[in-house]
Design a protein around this ligand. Sequence first.
Ligand code: NAD
Length: 249
Amino acid sequence: MLLQGKTAVISGAASKRGIGLATARRFAAEGARIAILDIDGPAAAEAAASLGPSHIGLACNVADKASCEAAAARVLEAFGHVDVLINNAGITQPVKFMEITPEDWRRIQAVNLDGVLYLSQAFVPHMRARKSGSIACMSSVSAQRGGGIFGGPHYSSAKAGVLGLAKAMARELGPDGIRVNCVTPGLIATDITGGKLTDELKAKIIEGIPLARLGTAEDVAGIYTFLASDLSAYVTGAVIDVNGGMLIH
Ligand code: NAD
């Protein structure tokens, strides 16, 4: 098992068909103990219980620094140590450039980008003290190709910010034994699109994908597993595409 004896924190892992919960299932199958942090506290607790008795689920708003600090304290109290942090929580919105309101801009940046900063800041002192840690951050193909899949320009911007932040973290935290990497999925079949992805649009997107299908949450979970495990011990500052060939560069 790739994660035997490790403990992992995964944000945004409460939604039933989401990438976070698929990752939690995979990590648990690889021997890890999981803390699910999600804005929906009861759903986080339910998701953790579905994995087994040794896992925990807590309410945490990643866009709020104090909430991240409180959640980190509770996780460390419960587990004693944390090896892996998966900054997975995110939200999107399908709007055009001129339709972005100041409130929407801030909301999308807050969860997708501020959330990576605050939750990482909550765990890095602990990882630094142990001289060990793996942090994986959720970006998107939308950051690399200027959107055009589902989310608006504010989403592309926030996810591009994640790439810059994670690479800078990799450089600064490497000497402390902390690795920081990103995943950039293409279109993955989850509920994040809130039923707004029509069959027609889906078929059009699939025409541009060499592997001729949308991605699954498990496709992304596999890459997070690689980044969490010692298989990637010499990988930091990397960006791993999980897009079926939608963007080859
Ligand atoms: P999802 O909606 O199923 O999961 C997102 C989870 O984040 C939910 O459980 C939600 O409750 C939680 N969340 C939302 N706001 C939060 C907050 N402020 N604090 C803590 N948790 C919060 O969607 P998903 O598709 O599984 O998305 C997971 C990540 O993958 C997101 O960052 C998303 O942007 C990214 N992503 C998704 C796709 C895709 O096509 N589905 C592609 C590229 C990147």
